[in-house]
Design a protein around this ligand. Structure first.
Ligand SMILES: Cc1ncc(COP(=O)(O)O)c(C=O)c1O
Length: 422
């Protein structure tokens, strides 16, 4: 958590001014202790009510191997969205049943490589099954089920279940999907859903779990399938705005486990392993961007020009997400309305149109963008030759650089000049 002492900001015991000085800006900074605390709090809550429980970290949210290795050391598996994320899991020593491959609209090559890696296959549609079977048979297979309902804190942009989503098997096709897999000789099964994104309403999780269980309970009974695992996906939310209520994790876990267990009894199912694959809850509020103000202009309005743009953090312009911004070393409470932007030649880069910022912000000031650990660095890009930031892990006053800042070499990496253009 960002701590302030006399207006000075600290992450994991390190002053952000020191980070800016030593590592430059913009820099993504992750607080290891906060990640571990988040993980342990969540794991304790769910395993208390359903002991055969495991998290698979959705590595897409923050794919630095050091962050994934923290999750591994806590006992998590990896949820991979692509072959390269399977390779990333392998890079930190996880494979086989410790990795869940939940790809979307997979190519033949994805399927071949996924099968070769021996990870758990989670298919997004019944039509992918014959394509998988052309190349081999996964040891254990699940289908991602779209239970017909989804939710998110930023509207339809990231609602990844329900009728408007591109994901998952329609409830009416689930029986056919598992029947086809069984007919093809597959004997070990799981079931999966992704219920939505950044949900802080504890009651939502038991509600959507009930929907999923009603779908797969009937299917299991009809086909004589014992599910080895049921994966309730991610979506555990965090507050982004001051005063926003946090998810009551204990309530979510207790009520989810209750409905889960009662549906197991209702459908006579053997108790499977209960899995979830969150990411934001673990890393979201443990990650920050440390940036610097480069100039301040007073034109039609006051604009604070910084080195943190939509290329550094895409969420605000991609789907209107809010990130709190704290300026370092500001003791006065006096504020003034101003906008804040990055350095790109796009007006969408004017990502805070107006907010109350300290009135005494000046050139050279350091600031921190909060809650940037999930879907932050992974969505950064090189537009305008503004290269990707560094990533830093801090723990109890100690810093480790976990990704170097890009330089010009990275801008031209993998490019070739044809001989007639040399
Ligand atoms: C399949 C799947 N699992 C897990 C997650 C992680 O979700 P969250 O960060 O909301 O916990 C996502 C995020 O989009 C996802 O698509």
């Amino acid at each position: 958590m960002l701590r302030t002492r006399n207006g000075k900001c600290f992450i994991g015991g390190v002053a952000v001014s020191e980070i800016a000085e030593k590592y430059g800006t913009p820099t993504y900074v992750y607080d290891e202790k906060r990640i571990r605390d988040n993980y342990r709090r969540a794991h304790k809550a769910f395993s208390k009510y359903y002991p055969d429980f495991r998290f698979f970290y959705a590595v897409k949210a923050c794919n630095n191997p050091a962050i994934a290795a923290i999750m591994k050391s806590e006992g998590a598996g990896i949820d991979a969205a692509s072959v390269n994320e399977i390779l990333l899991a392998k890079h930190i020593g996880l494979g086989g049943g410790d990795v869940m491959f939940s790809g979307n609209f997979l190519s033949d090559d994805d399927i071949r490589q996924g099968l070769r890696s021996g990870v758990i296959f989670n298919l997004d549609d019944i039509t992918i099954l014959p394509r998988v079977l052309k190349f081999g048979s996964p040891k254990i297979l699940s289908f991602r089920i779209n239970p017909g309902y989804g939710r998110s804190n930023v509207g339809d942009f990231v609602t990844n279940a329900g009728p408007g989503a591109k994901f998952g098997v329609h409830p009416d096709q689930v029986l056919d999907a598992y029947a086809a897999a069984k007919k093809a000789g597959i004997r070990r099964f799981g079931a999966h859903m992704m219920p939505g994104s950044c949900i802080t309403d504890a009651d939502y999780f038991p509600f959507i779990t009930g929907l999923l269980m009603d779908i797969i309970g009937k299917v299991g009974r009809q086909l004589g399938i014992d599910f080895e695992f049921i994966d309730l996906g991610g979506g555990l939310g965090i507050p982004y705005r001051d005063g926003e209520e946090a998810l009551d994790l204990d309530k979510a876990a207790k009520k989810t486990a209750e409905i889960f267990s009662s549906k197991l009894r209702e459908y006579g199912m053997k108790p499977p392993r209960l899995m979830m694959e969150p990411a934001r809850y673990f890393v979201g509020d443990a990650g920050y961007i440390v940036g610097r103000v480069h100039s301040i202009k007073k034109s039609y309005k006051k604009i604070i020009g910084t080195d943190v743009g939509m290329n550094t953090i895409a969420r605000p312009v991609l789907y209107g997400a809010f990130h709190n911004i704290v300026f370092d070393g500001k003791k006065s409470k006096r504020t003034e309305k101003a906008g804040l932007c990055g350095q790109l030649c796009e007006n969408t880069d004017f990502w805070v149109k107006e907010r109350d910022f300290p009135a005494d912000v000046k050139e050279g000031d350091i600031f921190v963008v909060e809650n940037a650990g999930a879907y932050g660095f992974v969505m950064s890009y090189q537009y305008n030759g503004r290269l990707r930031p560094a990533e830093l892990l801090v723990n109890n006053g100690k810093c480790s650089l976990i990704r170097e800042r890009e330089d010009f070499k990275d801008l031209v990496a993998n490019t070739r000049l044809p001989s007639h253009l040399k």
